[in-house]
Write a protein that binds this ligand. Structure first.
Ligand SMILES: *Cc1c(COP(=O)(O)O)cnc(C)c1O
Length: 374
């Protein structure tokens, strides 16, 4: 039996009427650009995350781009980030004119290593951009301490981690994306909270950054046709905001379902391969469920076997960014960031979505076991 990576059709029927009535309201009022549903969603999203403000934008990529600009990143600045992520994280740094500086990852959580970050700081460093990879929080306490010491901004790429949480050293639990100067989110359909198209948002607790973000997404204007700065056309679409407003009410339940699937995967794969380790100060959002093997050969064999069985799988990410052709001009080479290189060669991700059945879980985990016995 085939098992898909995600099943985006499964989540729709149970909330079809709610979604269709929300969308119909937008159609009838024809308030397509920055309609009331955008503000309503922004307020609900900020409240959900315990943040002061949310600004809806047109994608997770633009969320990053606008957050970098609103945090004052300028040409020639350096922003330290992880090489083990989707390229949107770093291309937006370059697009502000700044330089992405790749630090290594932690070999257990696969997120940015604070120790490696510290080594990469120069007089040009202005910000740290951790990614909460797969839904797992980066080590925020240590990153915050480094940022304070060197007067750096923190922008959290939370594209894969909405509903993930982190318990700070003072004991308070925080939603990911609400901790740094900005948290950026993607509502790409396959993320934890998916729109029915492209959409994104930025969270911030800072009044000035908030005003800047609102101007940047709308051609730099706070008052119509008055432009203190240039900006972009990067508004959250009203139809998408209406859909997101409905789906937001279900997202915690979906994350619980994802965590249940993850627990079943972990139980079945115990002793077979390395399953995600979730430290007790974090709640994983399980946008992806990623397993790791001791060797590249084992990984490649397992992946090939699953593909032959019709079980979808994907390597997130097969080539760390410092080794990509797009960054050849930065001079990265094999051996520079050993943890990222080891992990890119030994992981892949299994099907993961809230509605995954016990039967599907068994098919997937049996296939991984069989591949290891061969
Ligand atoms: C999906 C993703 C993005 C980009 O989001 P889009 O909405 O597709 O533009 C950025 N960073 C990470 C880590 C992502 O997974």
């Amino acid at each position: 039996m085939k098992v898909p990576m995600v099943d985006l059709t499964a989540g729709y029927p149970p909330i079809r009427e709610e979604i269709e009535s929300a969308v119909k309201k937008v159609f009838e009022k024809a308030n397509f650009i920055l309609g009331t549903q955008v503000t309503e969603f922004e307020q609900a999203f900020a409240k959900h995350n315990g943040a002061k403000y949310a600004v809806g934008v047109n994608s997770g990529t633009d969320a990053l781009r606008l957050a970098l600009l609103a945090c004052g990143i300028k040409p020639g600045d350096e922003v330290i980030t992880t090489p083990f992520t989707f390229i949107a994280t770093s291309e937006t740094i370059s697009q502000t004119g700044a330089v992405p500086v790749f630090a290594d990852i932690d070999p257990v959580t696969y997120t940015l290593s604070p120790e490696s970050v510290e080594k990469k700081i120069t007089s040009k460093t202005r910000a740290i951009l951790p990614v909460h990879l797969y839904g797992m929080a980066a080590e925020m306490d240590k990153l915050i301490a480094i940022a304070k010491k060197h007067n750096l901004k923190i922008i959290e790429d939370t594209a894969q981690a909405f509903t993930g949480k982190y318990r700070l050293a003072d004991g308070t639990w925080k939603y990911l994306g609400s901790i740094g100067d900005c948290g950026t989110f993607s509502f790409f359909p396959a993320k934890n909270l998916g729109a029915f198209g492209d959409a994104g948002a930025v969270l911030t607790n800072d009044d000035k950054i908030y005003e800047e973000l609102k101007a940047l997404r709308n051609h730099g204007s706070k008052v119509r046709y008055i432009h203190e700065i240039e900006g972009f056309n990067s508004r959250l679409d009203t139809v998408q905001a209406a859909i997101l407003g409905v789906r937001l009410k279900y997202v915690e339940k979906w994350t619980e379902m994802r965590n249940t699937v993850a627990a079943k995967y972990a139980a079945a794969l115990k002793g077979i391969c390395i399953t995600p380790v979730v430290p007790d100060n974090r709640r994983h959002s399980f946008n992806y469920y990623t397993i790791r093997f001791e060797t590249k050969e084992q990984r490649d064999n397992a992946q090939k076997y699953l593909t032959e069985q019709g079980i979808a799988n994907q390597i997130y990410y097969p080539i760390a960014l410092h080794l990509q052709k797009a960054y050849a001009h930065l001079g990265g080479k094999r051996g520079d960031l050993p943890n990222a290189e080891k992990v890119q060669d030994t992981v892949f991700s299994l099907p993961m979505f809230p509605e995954l059945t016990d039967e599907q879980i068994k098919i997937v985990t049996d296939a991984v076991k069989d591949s290891m016995a061969k």
